[in-house]
Design a protein around this ligand. Structure first.
Ligand code: CP
Ligand code: NVA
Length: 318
């Protein structure tokens, strides 16, 4: 990417929301990954990069979090700004104040809002009401910050993205939706294996396949985990019961019993495959201890890159 393209993107991305990878071009996503790598190097070298000096991010959490909360808060601090943790229990939204009024009010104090919630429409409504950029920190539909950090992590380990094959085994949830769109935008091939009734959202698959047609990426959804992981460069899984679905834990354990990522399944992947998981993980369920704690696993590089990728998002749009 030339310097003039980078300068143009630095201007055109200001003020935008970061709700779905669908909303960003392949070039913009690649720009964010490159910026994340640059900010990571600066942080490690001790080079000050207070590009958000004096700015404040509000972080609304309606679900639990370890990585998202800490990485956004620390990220704002490292960029010279500050972050406010706003739990649903403490906000008037928990007592019935509308999302619109909350968005309008918070926009008078804050320079950006991050929200983690259940229904994706709440994030869209918040973004409509807010006059400052809104960042999706996970909904039932998607987790774009995690996917951005994951593609940064794959690039750092493999030296390229285009043409690699990523396999996802397990629940067709928010995580796989964002990974699918990222793969299609960035030119990776992706195979997804889920049990019947737990497929990714049909609209997301359609959008992903349309995008893939323009980038040369191939998207494949199937039942058989062995088919999905065949010759994969990256194998990804996530919990069987996401936040909000805990009541279905027992029935899901039955449905997903043959979908565990373990050494036996990994015999079909490339010899130098990477194992990835967004965390938190349930060892002995979606992944065996041997795989998640083995030498193909890069789960903590992923977790670290949440910090750098989100700093890039905030620096670009706020
Ligand atoms: N991966 C992820 O978003 O982790 P947290 O739920 O801990 O934020
Ligand atoms: N799919 C998981 C991701 C957690 C980061 C969930 O929504 O609970």
């Amino acid at each position: 990417m030339t310097n003039s393209v980078q300068e143009e993107l630095a201007t055109t991305m200001k003020g935008r929301d970061f709700l779905m990878l669908q909303d960003y071009t392949p070039q913009e996503i690649r720009y964010l990954i490159d910026l994340a790598i640059d900010l990571k190097q600066k942080q490690k070298a001790g080079v000050e990069h207070h590009v958000l000096k004096g700015k404040t991010l509000g972080m609304i959490f309606e679900k639990s979090s370890t990585r998202t909360r800490v990485s956004f808060e620390v990220g704002m601090y490292q960029l010279g700004g500050q972050a406010l943790f706003l739990s649903r229990n403490d906000l008037q939204i928990g007592r019935g104040e509308t999302v619109w009024d909350t968005a309008q009010t918070l926009s008078r104090y804050l320079d950006g809002i991050m929200i983690r919630t259940f229904a994706h429409r709440n994030v869209i409504e918040l973004a409509r009401g807010a006059t400052v950029p809104v960042i999706n920190g996970l909904t039932d539909l998607s987790h774009p910050c995690q996917a951005l950090a994951d593609y940064q992590t794959i690039l750092e380990h493999k030296g390229r993205l285009e043409g690699l094959k990523i396999a996802y085994v397990g629940d067709g949830n928010n995580m796989v939706h964002s990974l699918l769109m990222g793969a299609a935008k960035l030119g990776l091939h992706m195979s997804v294996a889920t049990p019947e009734g737990y497929e990714p959202d049909a609209d997301v698959i359609r959008q992903t396949q349309e995008t893939a047609a323009g980038t040369g990426s191939r998207i494949h959804v199937c039942r058989d985990p062995r088919e999905a992981v065949a010759d994969a460069d990256v194998v990804y899984t996530d919990v069987w019961a996401s936040m909000g679905f805990e009541a279905e834990q027992k029935e899901r354990e039955l449905a997903f019993a043959s979908y565990q990522v373990n050494d036996e399944l990994m015999k079909g992947a490339k010899k130098d495959y990477l194992f990835m998981h967004c965390l938190p993980a349930h060892r002995g369920e979606e992944v065996s201890e041997g795989v998640i704690d083995g030498n193909h696993s890069i789960i903590f590089d992923q977790a670290e890159n949440r910090l750098h990728a989100q700093k890039a998002i905030m620096a670009a749009i706020m």
